[in-house]
Design a protein around this ligand. Structure first.
Ligand code: FES
Length: 126
């Protein structure tokens, strides 16, 4: 289990600076571990912002579909994140579970990078 880092974005504070279309600035690329996840809250949703071992950045539901466990506390390996509680793994691109006991996919949200800024849209799912 890795340590959880939480990034905050104050949506009520200067929306014009933070929102590009329906994408919301969540953090900077430098806020992310080299390989791993941070938790963010976007419009009331808990989202895990994840950098995989290829350096690609993903945004997924932070809550495991098996139980109310934060996926951002799990380990990231290749293109998957592992739930620390029972070991289910989820594909970071599709949200599909690749290992039991979870059988329900998690939401995957579009990410765009602008310079050093990470933007996520929680109004659409990939
Ligand atoms: S809570 Fe995530 S696999 Fe059980």
């Amino acid at each position: 289990m890795s340590e959880t880092t939480t990034v905050t974005n104050d949506l009520t504070n200067d929306l014009a600076d933070n929102v590009a279309g329906d994408f919301v600035r969540v953090c900077s690329v430098d806020d992310l571990p080299t390989v791993g996840a941070v938790q963010a809250e976007i419009a009331g949703l808990r989202v895990a912002i994840v950098r995989d071992s290829a350096g690609d950045i993903h945004a997924i539901d932070d809550t495991c579909s098996h139980a109310n466990v934060s996926l951002s506390e799990g380990d990231v390996e290749d293109g998957e994140i592992e739930c620390w509680l029972h070991g289910s793994r989820f594909d970071l691109r599709s949200g599909k579970p690749t290992g039991l006991p979870a059988i329900t996919p998690i939401a995957v949200y579009p990410v765009t990078i602008d310079g050093d800024d990470v933007f996520v849209s929680v109004t659409k799912e990939n």
